[in-house]
Ligand binder design. Sequence first.
Ligand SMILES: [Fe+2]
Length: 472
Amino acid sequence: MKRHLIAILLVLSLQAYNQQSDFLVKPYLQIGKTPSPQSLQLLWHAAVSSDVWLVEYKNNGSNEWMRSQNQTNSKITITGIEPFTVYSASLTGLVPGSTFLYRISRNGKVAFNAEAKTLKSKEQSYRVAISGDMGAGSGTAKKIAFEIFKAAPDMVAIAGDIVYNRGLASEYTTKWWPVYNKDNADTLGAPLIRSIPFVASVGNHDASTRDLDRFPDALAYYHFWDQPLNGPVGKEGGPIVPMLTGSDANKKAFYEGASEKYPRMSNFSFDHGNAHWTILDSNPYVDWNDSTLRDWLSKDLAAAANATWRFVLYHHPCFNSSRAHYEQQQMRLIAPILEKGKVDIVFAGHVHNYQRTYPLTFMPDNLGTQLVAGPNNIKTGKTVSGRWTLDKDFNGKRNAKPNGIIYITTGAGGQGLYNPEQQKDTDSWQKFTTKFVSTVHSFTVMDVDGNSLMLRQLDINGKEVDAIKITK
Ligand SMILES: [Fe+2]
């Protein structure tokens, strides 16, 4: 009997070993370069080999397995890490707003399968979970991942600081994939990104480390994420992207791995459901007074005039009452552009708590005052003075029609909380702030149904700590 049990355990552990050894990173979903409710991009990482990989998928209720017709791969050869391959397969012909099954075979043997959600069409209602500053690998980050899983969103949007502390590929290995692509759901993480498409903006921790000699696996965002490339091109050393430093060999390895995604994947936009999303790089190395950037943003929002909702996602919150990072106000410079483009909500992170402003409009007085450079000559931000108008009649209940943009700071996704002492100290809040929750980790859940939007902030135990309704 005992021998029998040992044999079973041996088989089970061998199975587990075989399953694990197929992938360095198990499959995960991305919206891809041209997002649509009929398509998604499936990526996975594996050791460099001549293995033959096959991706098959079928829509819910269908008996027909379709084969991905377009599979690419990119070899990552970073100093200090065993070379590996990032595979990417296009899934097309999906039914909008539904679930589908997919499986990946390696050399003719199924190595992985999962169920996943597609993006939504214009007519469908949808739920998005939003949080920043998640990838700390901390106990709180893992619990938030579990709560996001329980909320069952159709898409997850990360407001920057995807992974700590330097956005390195090696940090994804220890702090990111095990939490957000875990095989089962519990308080240590969840199988989120294999089943739900994620989008992300870059934070300072993802994009400020640019010395490829000290950190050859920096800027892993450009290796691992697959998002639209419809933003301004940007040139290293210009107003959109700073120079990389490092040996020619290290730079070459980075450029080859990132391909056309660097630096273009820093600013982009796409549609999901009846909303237009604009994702921006708010790092202080970007000059938001630059006319190329401003023109692109204006045109992007003007072209989205027919969308019911317009959301903007970036990292550094410019209407922030926390003592931490209060001075990093550079994104105030684009407030008039966002207002003209009829943006409804701006989501940011960076400050590790939750804050909501009154609906507001803002006119900068000046081009911003550059702050002194911080460590490694990275500028920490700009102060931007100006005049704001607050809509204090909006309460998100009886009056649900805001006059102005609502700015949400949702940076309590896993890192240590900022300024818990300010939650009850309302005198310490700036006049534009109406809600401030800094004593508990939390994330945002947004439900959109046509002209009606419900935004809730759930804490690490799933308890609602804020809720507003917005209607058109
Ligand atoms: Fe940050």
